[in-house]
Every structure is written in structure tokens, then in C-alpha cells.
Ligand binder design. Structure first.
Ligand SMILES: NC(=O)c1ccc[n+]([C@@H]2O[C@H](COP(=O)([O-])OP(=O)(O)OC[C@H]3O[C@@H](n4cnc5c(N)ncnc54)[C@H](O)[C@@H]3O)[C@@H](O)[C@H]2O)c1
Length: 248
């Protein structure tokens, strides 16, 4: 398939994990891919590995000024941004009473403010064309998860943001959706301990974790022209963990 021929796709949090798989998929289907990450050197290497039709920028998504400057530069360079994938995310897990102000604020700044700043900056570019896609990253955790009050609040915020933006953009042919991944094998998942990981895997209806390419497939569909009548949706890509208990 070549659904992204002549398109410019922008991805945040783009050094590793889900973003790497998505960037490879968009590039394989013909897109020029703009990668942004707070880790400047690492994102430059990621773009180099991706190939000629890519660029790298050091951008901290929790800075509205940095995000606005990045989007403005992409607009100047490409004259269009067909899809913005707001993927950057962090966790700082703890029981609520042990979450410091810093860990509360940092998780909200990256996961929800980052998604908002990207969407707010890109909308004027997208409204010029009566087309375009915004895809944000929620999590299966948005419904509630022990020890993640900050992350849950942020990822539930992404659901609300997605639905509100979808209403404000639908008449311009812009779609705004989110993916809620389950347990996917990335460096983020590697940071949880083996005991927690085994307990969580036992709750997945399919009884195994996911691969970043599972998310890339969903993203490549939702951001494609084919998905033009889908907006305001939060797509669970989670092996069934979000359905409910599968313990027999
Ligand atoms: N992996 C999973 O199982 C899983 C599950 C649910 C949701 N998610 C969500 O999917 C997204 C990607 O997850 P992942 O597993 O690939 O994560 P990851 O930790 O492997 O990668 C996250 C990337 O975001 C970058 N980043 C962090 N803070 C940033 C900032 N302020 N500005 C710019 N870049 C920043 C990091 O440098 C890193 O490259 C995140 O939003 C995450 O919350 C992941």
C-alpha cells in the first residue's frame, strides 16, 4: 500500500517504542516523516535510520513555544501537515499520596498538555485544506489503574480532548482520534517489574503482550484517507484487556 505518498506526517516522542514502528510504517507507505523528541541526538539518529524522507527536531512537547515553532517550521518546509501523531508520553508511577508535585506536573505536562499544544498549533495549518488527521495517545489506563493517578488523569484527559476537538473540526474534514494501547513491548513497558508484568499479562484476554507494529497498523489506518468518516474515537489496541475480566 502507498496511502501516504506525497504526505507529510509529524510524530512526537519519536526516538523509540511505538513511534519508531509508526514512523517506519508511514515511511514505507511513501510519507515524509518529521520526528520530534526531547532527546535531540537520539532523534537525529532515528531520522537517519529512517532514511532520506525524514527530518529530526529536538522538541520538548511540554513547551508550547517549542511545539509552535516546530509546527511553523514544518508548515514553511512542506506547506502541509497531513497528520500529527501526538505520541510523546511518560510515566512516574506511585500511590497517590506519594506522588510529588513534580511527578504530578511532569506527567500532565507531557501526556495531556503536549497533546493539546500540538493540536492547537497544527489546526490553523489543517483548516486551510479541508483534510488532515490528528491522532493522540491515550492508554488502557485511562479507565483507572492502581498507582498511576497522574498518568490516568492525563490519559483520561486525552480522551476528553480528542472528543472535544473532533466536534470542533469535523466540518473541515479533519479527523481527531486516539489510540489506547494495552501492554506493548517498548522501553516504557520494560520499566515495570517482572511481578507486575506477569500479573498484568494474566489479565489480557489474548494472554500475551502486543508488538509496536500492532499499534503502527492501527495508526496507519486512522491517519489514512480511508478513515475519513471516523472521528472522536478512542481505539483500544490491547489484546482485549479493556473489555473486562477474562479469568475463567
Ligand atoms: N508501551 C505501552 O505499553 C503503552 C501502553 C499505553 C500507552 N502508551 C502510550 O504510548 C505512547 C508511546 O509509548 P512508548 O511505549 O513508545 O514510550 P517510550 O517511553 O518507549 O517512548 C516515549 C518517547 O517519548 C519521548 N518523550 C518523553 N517526554 C518527551 C517530551 N517532553 N517531549 C518530547 N518527547 C518526549 C521519549 O524521549 C521517548 O522517545 C505514550 O504516550 C505512552 O503513554 C504506551
Amino acid at each position: 500500500m502507498n496511502r501516504y505518498q506525497d504526505q507529510a506526517v509529524a510524530v512526537t516522542g519519536a526516538v523509540q517504542g511505538l513511534a519508531r514502528a509508526m514512523a517506519e510504517r508511514f515511511a514505507a507507505e511513501g510519507a515524509t516523516v518529521a520526528l520530534a523528541d526531547r532527546e535531540g541526538e537520539a532523534v537525529a539518529k532515528a531520522a537517519e535510520a529512517l532514511g532520506a524522507n525524514s527530518r529530526a527536531d529536538a522538541v520538548d512537547v511540554s513547551s508550547s513555544a517549542a511545539v509552535e515553532a516546530w509546527i511553523a517550521d514544518l508548515d514553511r518546509t512542506y506547506g502541509r501537515i497531513d497528520a500529527l501523531v501526538g505520541n510523546a508520553g511518560i510515566i512516574r508511577d506511585n500511590r497517590a499520596e506519594d506522588i510529588s508535585d513534580d511527578d504530578w506536573q511532569a506527567v500532565l505536562d507531557v501526556n495531556i498538555s503536549g497533546a493539546f499544544y500540538g493540536a492547537r498549533a497544527v489546526l490553523p495549518v489543517m483548516r486551510r485544506r479541508n483534510y488532515d488527521r490528528i491522532l493522540s495517545f491515550s492508554s488502557m489506563s485511562w479507565r483507572g489503574n492502581f498507582g498511576q493517578a497522574n498518568y490516568v488523569a492525563a490519559k483520561a484527559g486525552v480522551v476528553g480532548l480528542t472528543r472535544a476537538l473532533a466536534l470542533e473540526t469535523a466540518r473541515q474534514g479533519i479527523t481527531v482520534n486516539a489510540i489506547a494501547p494495552g501492554l506493548i513491548e517498548t522501553p516504557m513497558l520494560a520499566s515495570i517489574n517482572d511481578r507486575a508484568r506477569d500479573k498484568l499479562t494474566a489479565k489480557i484476554a489474548m494472554r500475551h503482550t502486543g508488538d509496536p507494529t500492532n499499534i503502527a497498523e492501527a495508526a496507519a489506518f486512522l491517519c489514512s484517507p480511508t478513515a475519513r468518516y471516523i472521528t472522536g474515537v478512542v481505539l483500544d489496541v490491547d489484546g482485549g484487556i479493556g473489555i473486562g475480566s477474562s479469568i475463567r
